[in-house]
Write a protein that binds this ligand. Structure first.
Ligand code: ATP
Ligand code: MG
Length: 571
């Protein structure tokens, strides 16, 4: 393929809206073009990488026995009403109507659609297990589309769904997909870590997100360097050693005027935030609950919601806070709140704590010398792990301190159980002709996000460094003297020899200066660069170099040996 025929337009300057390197490079290297916020066109170069990633995924899923289908993007509202998600998806879902006013959604995902499909075909245990998958554009009205393809309004997802006869059988389907994901990301040249993720209402350890570690990642991950435990911060647990606080005198009131936040009171009293107990009133399914955590930590609402087994959890409004505690939000505390019998739950690290400062349930007052056991009515069973894990917290598995990392979620495997098959009455008959509900799993990969994650993980100051398996072209031939027929002939013969050897190659046949070509080759990041020029040929051959090596590794190889040398560099 010739450069001059490829619709390539590299840019010297970063796009204005790009905050992270991979987004800048994606646009500057002419892989995609922005249409408007969160909407991108794949240009020929970018589409080549996109297709390679897609093919790797397809090969591995086929290998795992999954079956490819393509389901409509336009999904009738009835499907979503049947699962209850027509409302629950909220404003994230694009909704529209046809000319007869019939409502539809542009699919943000396809659990409903696939359950309806499989239910209509599968009726016997003999047809199970079955895993189907598709590559399909998904639509989400993200609050903040950003980072290019990372969080866009329209993106390519590979979504797969497994159907099994039982929970145990579903575990095997889950494992098969998990293993396929490990192979897929490795083949894309990505270091992606399986990370335990929140399972919503399902429970168990059956949700893993695959994360590419990168500072630009939007998710926090607790990571144990010692045993490899990795969990999304939404879910990450921590071990807490019991504290045996020193006995303290009876608590007393302190006047803390105009100090509302922990920072303000801590500055006012001259004690560190950790000496405080932060107390918040939540509404759990409409009932007030007080939640106490150390003053320097934050409540993990996902863990809290599970602990309370609440369907809906939100911070209480002003009235509820006042009625429950007797004060405004800045002065709430666990000692004698206004509402008799108010449930108070607390983070484990507060169990046995003494000498703490808490809100007095009276505006502008705090209490000091609070002994959590002596002065509050928190039940033994209401101490739990309720805060967001942070660096230095103790690993729940091996007891060593954990690190905090940032990650980009490229894939997600999830054992769903019967949430959708119950809603759709997707049943099969066993060998006794008794009916049971199928057990489901769902498995997503953000294909377009994965393309960009490769760039985020593999680039330098000059541009992208593509892993050979997903590069738009594996080799670029910089033809330095395109007007010189004998030189051009060498380049074109090398191109066809490489193509015959199964290597895809782009010939930079532009009339530009060598410096321009070298810069662009580095920017786009072809794994191997070959320079064919009159001077080099006079010196014995063509120059070859890998993108990830510096100039000192440049070699001159005779034309006759070039294909072998290039293949060796790609291997
Ligand atoms: P996130 O937490 O990043 O919003 P999600 O958990 O909502 O993602 P899933 O429903 O698990 O996403 O979708 C499967 C995969 O689709 C994700 O792992 C991710 O790679 C990709 N993906 C999700 N939302 C987007 C988006 N707006 N743009 C690009 N890719 C996305
Ligand atoms: Mg996810």
């Amino acid at each position: 393929m010739k450069w001059t025929k490829m619709l390539i337009q590299t840019l010297r300057d970063d796009p204005q809206d790009a905050e992270i390197d991979s987004h800048k490079l994606l646009v500057r290297a002419s892989l995609v073009k922005k249409l408007s916020g969160g909407l991108y066109t794949f240009l020929p170069l970018g589409l080549r990488t996109f297709r390679k990633v897609e093919n790797i995924i397809r090969e591995e899923l086929d290998r795992a026995g999954a079956l490819e289908v393509v389901m409509p993007i336009l999904q009738p509202a009835e499907l979503w009403k049947q699962s209850g998600r027509w409302e629950a998806m909220g404003p994230n879902m694009f909704k529209l109507r046809d000319r007869a006013e019939k409502p539809y959604a542009l699919g943000p995902t396809a659990e409903e659609e696939v359950t309806d499909l499989v239910k209509s075909i599968v009726s016997s245990y003999r047809q199970l297990p079955v895993t189907v998958y598709q590559f399909q554009w998904k639509f989400r009205d993200e609050i903040r589309p950003r980072f290019g393809l990372m969080r866009s309004k329209e993106f390519m997802m590979k979504d797969a769904y497994s159907f099994d006869v039982s929970m145990e059988a579903a575990d095997a389907s889950y494992k098969a997909m998990y293993d396929a994901y490990v192979r897929i990301f490795a083949r894309c040249g990505l270091k992606a870590y399986p990370v335990e993720a929140d399972t919503g209402d399902i429970g168990g350890k059956f949700s893993h997100e695959f994360h590419v570690l990168a500072d630009a990642g939007e998710d926090g991950i607790a990571f144990c360097p010692c045993c490899g435990y990795a969990a999304n911060l939404e879910k990450a647990e921590r071990k807490v050693a019991a504290v045996a606080g020193d006995p303290c005198p009876a608590y007393e009131e302190v006047h803390t005027p105009n100090a509302k936040t922990i920072d303000q009171v801590s500055a006012f009293m001259g004690v560190p935030g950790s000496a405080f107990v932060k107390s918040l009133i939540y509404s759990a399914d409409g009932e007030p609950v007080m939640v106490c955590v150390p003053g320097d930590r934050d409540v993990n609402e996902v863990k809290l919601k599970h602990f309370l087994e609440a369907g809906k959890l939100e911070l209480a409004d002003y009235e509820m806070v006042l009625a429950a505690s007797g004060a405004n939000a800045g002065s709430v505390g666990p000692v004698k709140p206004a509402k008799a019998g108010l449930r108070i739950v607390a983070d484990m690290s507060l169990k046995g704590a003494t000498g703490r400062i808490v809100g007095a349930n009276k505006d502008d007052y705090h209490l000091k010398n609070v002994d959590m056991a002596r002065d509050t009515t928190i039940a033994e069973a209401d101490y739990a792990d309720l805060v967001i894990a942070q660096a230095g917290d103790i690993c729940p598995r091996c007891g060593k301190p954990m690190d905090l990392k940032r990650g980009i979620e490229v894939g997600h495997v999830f054992k769903l159980g019967t949430k959708y098959t119950d809603a759709f009455k997707a049943v099969y008959k066993n060998d006794q002709l008794q009916e049971s509900v199928m057990v489901m799993g769902c498995y997503g990969i953000g294909v377009s996000r994965t393309v960009q994650a490769v760039i985020e993980q593999s680039h330098d100051r000059d541009g992208i460094i593509w892993p050979a398996g997903v590069a738009p072209f594996q080799v670029v031939i910089d033809l330095l003297d395109p007007a010189d027929e004998s030189v051009a002939k060498v380049a074109l013969e090398l191109e066809s020899a490489l193509e015959s050897a199964g290597v895809d190659v782009l010939v930079d046949d532009r009339a530009d200066r060598p410096g321009v070509k070298f810069k662009d080759a580095d920017l786009i990041g072809f794994p191997v660069r070959v320079v064919v020029g009159a001077k080099g040929l006079a010196n014995g051959g063509v120059e070859v170099k890998r993108r990830d090596q510096d100039k000192s590794h440049m070699k001159i190889v005779p034309v006759a040996e070039a294909v072998a040398a290039i293949k060796a560099l790609l291997a």
